[in-house]
Design a binder for this molecule. Structure first.
Ligand code: PMP
Length: 426
């Protein structure tokens, strides 16, 4: 028995399902997860010494690759000065200023410790600011595991077929209205009927938790319009897309101005960080400036702040994104050519440094029900074939993949050579 397998059974005795976050368990694809010993650059190495080209990147944060020198040095320096004070620091101002500089719709920002905290807090704020209770989310979008958002949720919730979790009280879910992604008619119909009750729309501007599903032309603009007409707030959940699809996030790429934005992943450089920010008049309602309560013992933690600052510093260098975006396109198009050659119907999507692949004969995947119709059995074969070849993809067809700054041409070529061999086995 290999070491990963041994560790998985040891883990399962003391940790539910053997993991601290569900999709890691490989339940969606079968087999057992690789336990990781270390990571460097574009690679993760498991406890059995096998090295993989990694396209998960810790589910998005590692845009610089693993253990980038500048981030490691910043964290080490910060750690030497103490790991947490529970009192304000200058670095928090610097990180806030950097976020505001890069994402102009954010006039003020509050740091938290995860994407879940960011979206949960943004919802509370939106409800307080509007005096309304209902929120709108889209089927297959995942916004973390807060009660009100675990309704028709994507990511692991979709992978395991529990999009609406037991344990969520009816009361917490009853104000969550769900719509199909990209369906402007359904959106308009709902707002025509109930617009005055709706506090906010929360949306992944590119959906990365049902595979990678792009917003259709006009969809994000329609969200902005119905919000403006009804007085609801638009919350762009850029936990995944922020600093991923473009330096300024999806809002820069698609030219859409939200009232509030949630961030996570890249802003922490691999340490636990989230943030929510937006219009000053709304953000000033947060305690202690205003009455809307939200707090955190470790929020603005010096290590996380240092990692975030070092990461944002690196990615805001001119020309940082161009080669990564080009390689992401090269990867997805190259995989597509190899699947075509093998006669495997599929759809590959990519935007910025984020990508996804559906095995399907449909002409497009625009929403959750279309994503669910893809051949998830074939995805399993693909996933395990690539894993055997030393390529680590997200272990579910309902997840996106990520290319980092250190996935060079040679690694993309190696990945495509692996894809060619695996395509023939599908
Ligand atoms: N929002 C989005 C769009 C996400 O992709 C995620 C996590 N994948 C979250 C929120 C939740 O973030 P976290 O896992 O840090 O709580």
């Amino acid at each position: 028995m290999n070491r990963s397998l041994e560790l998985f059974s040891a883990a399962a005795r003391v940790i539910p399902g053997g993991v601290n976050s569900p999709v890691r368990a490989f339940k969606g694809v079968g087999g057992s997860p690789r336990f990781i010993a270390e990571a460097s650059g574009a690679f993760v190495t498991d406890v059995d010494g096998k090295r993989y080209i990694d396209y998960v990147g810790s589910w998005g944060p590692m845009i610089l690759g693993h253990a980038p020198q500048s981030v490691i040095a910043a964290v080490q320096q910060a750690a030497a000065k103490g790991t947490s004070y529970g009192a304000p620091t200058e670095a928090e101002i610097q990180l806030a200023e950097k976020i505001i500089e890069l994402v102009p719709s954010i006039e003020m920002v509050r740091l938290v410790n995860s994407g879940t905290e960011a979206t949960m807090s943004a919802l509370r704020l939106a409800r307080a600011a509007t005096g309304r209770d209902a929120i709108v989310k889209f089927e297959g979008c995942y916004h973390g595991h807060a009660d009100a958002l675990l309704v028709a949720a994507g990511s692991g919730a979709a992978t395991f077929g529990v999009p609406s979790s037991p344990g969520v009280p009816e009361g917490a879910a009853k104000d969550t209205l769900t719509l199909p992604y990209n369906d402007i008619d359904a959106l308009k119909a709902l707002f025509a009927q109930r617009g005055g009750e709706i506090a906010a729309i929360i949306v992944e501007p590119v959906a990365g938790n049902m595979g990678c599903v792009l917003p259709q032309p006009g969809f994000l603009q329609a969200l902005r319009e119905v919000c403006d007409q009804s007085g609801a707030l638009l919350i762009l959940d850029e936990v995944m897309t922020g600093f991923r699809v473009a330096l300024g996030g999806a809002q820069a790429l698609y030219d859409i101005k939200p009232d509030l934005t949630t961030l996570g992943k890249v802003i922490g450089g691999g340490l636990p960080v989230g943030a929510y920010g937006g219009r000053r008049d709304i953000m000033e309602q947060i305690s202690p400036a205003g009455p809307v309560y939200q707090a955190g013992t470790l929020s603005g933690n010096p290590l996380a702040t240092a990692a975030g600052l070092a990461t944002l510093e690196a990615i805001s260098q001119p020309g940082f994104y161009d080669p990564i975006v080009a390689r992401c396109a090269q990867l997805v198009e190259g995989i597509g050519q190899r699947l075509d050659a093998a006669g495997i119907p599929h759809l590959g999507y990519h935007v910025g440094t984020m990508f996804g692949l559906f095995f399907t004969e449909q002409s497009a995947v625009r929403n959750f029900s279309e994503a669910a119709k893809a051949d998830h059995e074939r995805f399993k074969t693909w996933f395990h074939g690539m894993l055997d070849e030393g390529v680590y993809l997200a272990p579910s067809g309902y997840e996106a993949g990520f290319v980092s700054a250190v996935h060079d041409d040679d690694l993309i070529e190696q990945t495509l050579a692996a894809a060619e061999r695996v395509a023939k086995t599908l």
